[in-house]
Design a protein around this ligand. Structure first.
Ligand code: SAM
Length: 216
């Protein structure tokens, strides 16, 4: 199913993620109302939450990293794995990436990505669906923001990232301290303390120590 761009614009508002204020992102004004509207739009009740309507800490840390270190992506081909809103893909284009592919399984995310790109004056992000379980595409850099959010997803993601690294890609993972990552075989590239997106719902901000990890 294709989600109309009007749906994305009607249920979100532009905000600047705290760690990457250079970028504007369409985020949920009301997560619960948006989730309900997604179910109605899709005609089903088992819809995943609107992962795509927030700037996750891991994505913010990775976006910050490529904006601060544009040489990592400038003139290179990039895969944003689990792109969500496309925050990391947008940052890669702003940092000078030649080509950016965004892998996302949620049709709402796939609709949000070009909207977020346009909001930031970039375009051309190539959408793809689920790549896990396949050989990684031939790209120079793989960026994975907050994709190790549960054990099953992590078990699918890690072999994919290892295969990309073995094929010669630079692989960077942004992660807010989730327990599933094998930290002992990753190299720390940057660390940030980031206020959780939950704080926008009136709860006190939870600070998430978030690391950009490199596969050696
Ligand atoms: C926690 S969100 C992170 C989004 C974004 N990277 C960020 O940091 O803001 C994880 C995203 O992974 C997506 N996802 C889950 N399984 C996937 C798969 N097999 N392939 C691509 N994306 C997937 C989800 O739909 C969700 O948008």
């Amino acid at each position: 199913m294709t989600v109309p761009a009007e749906f994305i614009r009607a249920h979100t508002r532009p905000e600047r993620p705290p760690l990457v204020p250079e970028i504007q992102l369409l985020v949920a004004a009301d997560v619960v109302a948006l989730w309900e509207a997604m179910a109605v739009e899709q005609g089903r009740t088992d819809e995943e939450p609107p992962f795509w309507a927030a700037a996750w800490p891991g994505g913010q840390a990775l976006a910050r990293y490529v904006l601060d270190h544009p040489d990592v992506v400038a003139g290179r081909s990039v895969l944003d794995l689990g792109a969500g809103s496309g925050l990391v893909a947008v940052a890669a284009l702003l940092a000078g990436a030649e080509r950016v592919v965004a892998s996302e399984i949620d049709p709402f995310g796939l609709a949000a990505i070009p909207e977020n790109a346009a909001l930031n004056g970039v375009s051309g992000i190539e959408p793809v669906g689920d790549l896990l379980g396949e050989p990684p595409p031939a790209v120079d850099v793989v960026l994975a923001g907050d994709v190790c959010y549960d054990r099953i997803m992590t078990e699918r993601v890690l072999p994919f990232l290892d295969a990309a690294r073995t094929a010669g890609a630079e692989v960077l993972v942004g992660d807010p301290g989730r327990p599933y990552l094998p930290h002992d075989r990753l190299v720390e590239a940057a660390v940030h303390d980031i206020a959780d997106a939950d704080s926008s719902a009136g709860r006190p901000a939870r600070i998430r120590r978030t690391t950009v990890w490199r596969l050696p």
